[in-house]
Ligand binder design. Structure first.
Ligand code: CTP
Ligand code: MG
Length: 230
């Protein structure tokens, strides 16, 4: 077990989604990835990270205990708690943040649905904070031509210059994130809350391996990438 004591960085690993688009008999975080739950992959990587001091797993209702057992099996001693998530991702983030000690400087929020978490992305988001930045988001520039549609009709081609696909892990000054998610605003990622609250969020280089598992085909791709990593 690696310890990252003194970094002042806590991670919130959100795994409480139902996985409706994935469509199996259990939550997506517990779908089978090379013989173990999908959640194991990101949990193990956060545990091994030199940037993360402790972490909170946000689990689906009735999957808190299996999450703790999984952490024990993996020897993931940094796992402080497994708490029950909420109806939306934002509710799940709030539930996780409630377990993060008040004096914590930095919080990293990561989707369990993105199992292939490279250490250098964690480094980039954490070290991007400070100097006036409230948050940092790994992102990739869009490669495809982007169309706006209305039903089956193309309305226009959107200029893709300056457009990015945002990933997780996203890092934030903990107090800023707490204040931003406490508000009534709506956003699909944590950075969206911080932006809406007037915070300054920095773009850092993302990684193709951080693809989000949405469908079984995505999981197959992750399995292939994992084998290639060795
Ligand atoms: N998530 C969560 N709590 C929710 C919804 C989502 O913790 N109420 C987490 C998911 O577990 C996932 C991440 O947020 O790790 C991104 O969500 P998504 O990929 O949309 O997963 P699901 O919501 O589970 O999938 P779907 O939208 O197909 O139901
Ligand atoms: Mg969802």
């Amino acid at each position: 077990m690696t310890t990252a004591e003194g970094t002042g960085v806590w991670a919130v690993l959100v795994a409480a989604g139902r996985g409706e688009r994935f469509g199996v008999d259990r939550p997506k975080a517990f779908a089978n990835l090379n013989g173990r739950p999908l959640l194991a992959e990101s949990l193990e990587r956060l545990e091994a990270s030199g940037w993360v001091e402790a972490l909170v797993v946000v689990a689906p209702e009735e999957w808190e205990e299996p999450s703790i057992l999984l952490a024990e099996e993996l020897g993931a001693g940094k796992v402080h708690a497994a708490v029950t998530g909420g109806a939306t991702r934002a509710d799940s983030v709030r539930a996780g943040l409630a377990e993060v000690p008040a004096e914590t400087a930095v919080v990293v929020v990561h989707d369990a649905a993105r199992p292939l978490l490279p250490e250098d992305v964690l480094e980039r988001v954490v070290t991007a904070l400070g100097e006036g930045w409230d948050g940092a988001v790994p992102a990739l520039p869009l490669a495809d031509t982007i169309k706006r549609g209305d039903g089956e009709a193309v309305v226009e081609t959107v200029d893709r210059a300056g457009l990015y696909a945002a990933q997780t892990p996203q890092a934030f000054l903990a107090d800023t994130l707490r204040r931003a998610v406490a508000g009534a605003r709506d956003a699909t990622d944590c950075a969206g809350f911080v932006e809406a609250a007037g915070g300054r969020v920095r773009l850092v280089e993302g990684d193709r391996r951080l693809l989000k598992v949405t469908t079984p085909a995505d999981l197959e791709l992750v399995e292939t990438l994992l084998r290639a990593e060795g």
